[in-house]
Design a protein around this ligand. Structure first.
Ligand SMILES: [Zn+2]
Ligand SMILES: [Zn+2]
Length: 238
């Protein structure tokens, strides 16, 4: 049943991770819900196979700002379900016209990508990303005030041109999406730029984050963040 489709994990400081265990780690990105006193920020929206907003609603009653870190299918599938959608302008056109090629699910996501199906009779042939153009734009240096909690927006291109990371300086928490994680990263896609990627990873190292909540794979802390960033830099230079 679809109620088992999403796995929700709560972390300290009113942070929730939502992921889709029915898909492998390459396809299942982490969505992060960060709750403030007045509003909540949802970073990314999974693949869009099962409606996401009811699960987000079960976690918070506050108005939700939906931030799309970039335009790849594994981050934007549920974007259309949210009224307040924000992203960097560099990839906004793709949200308006989310073709299989531009969002990368064509050639990547197929029936073999599933560990299990959302429902026994689920028909993948109907899968598509619904258009969800942003209702607001985000730029490097912007801040999002959730009430008692101010988050910083970092434009960290490389993997994609409009990639955005979010930093909570109060608790040293970095939500890096596909700009940094411990696992195979992709810098050879259409729209990728390795020079930008190097610069972005160096910038993330210099933040001095204490905990990394990434777009894929494991949560990292302290020295492991720097070690992972340095090994990704070495791979980029190699
Ligand atoms: Zn991803
Ligand atoms: Zn991506």
């Amino acid at each position: 049943m679809s109620h088992n489709w999403f796995e929700i994990t709560q972390f300290p400081n009113r942070i929730f991770r939502i992921r889709e265990p029915g898909l492998g780690p390459l396809h299942s990105s982490h969505s992060w819900l960060i709750v403030g006193n007045d509003k909540a920020l949802l970073i990314d929206t999974c693949v869009g196979i099962v409606p996401l907003s009811p699960f987000v609603r079960s976690l918070t009653s506050r108005p939700v700002i939906c931030l799309l870190s970039h335009s790849h299918y594994d981050h934007i599938g549920g974007a259309y379900e949210f009224m307040d959608r924000r992203m960097h302008p560099a990839e906004m056109d793709i949200l308006e016209n989310p073709t299989p090629e531009l969002t990368f699910w064509g050639g990547w996501l197929n029936i073999d990508s599933f560990n299990f199906l959302p429902t026994p009779n689920y028909d993948f042939s109907n899968y598509a990303i619904k258009p969800a153009p942003p209702t607001g734009l985000l730029y490097d240096g912007d801040e999002i005030d959730l009430g008692g909690r101010i988050l910083q927006i970092l434009h960290v291109p490389g993997h994609s041109p409009g990639l955005i990371a979010v930093y909570d300086p109060e608790i040293g928490a970095l939500f890096s999406s596909d700009a940094l994680y411990q696992g195979k990263m992709f810098f050879d896609l259409k729209g990728s730029d390795k020079v930008d990627a190097r610069q972005s990873i160096r910038r993330l190292i210099n933040l001095g984050a204490r905990i990394l909540y990434p777009g894929h794979y494991d949560i990292l802390q302290d020295d492991a963040i720097v070690a992972t960033a340095k090994s990704q830099l070495a791979l980029l230079n190699g």
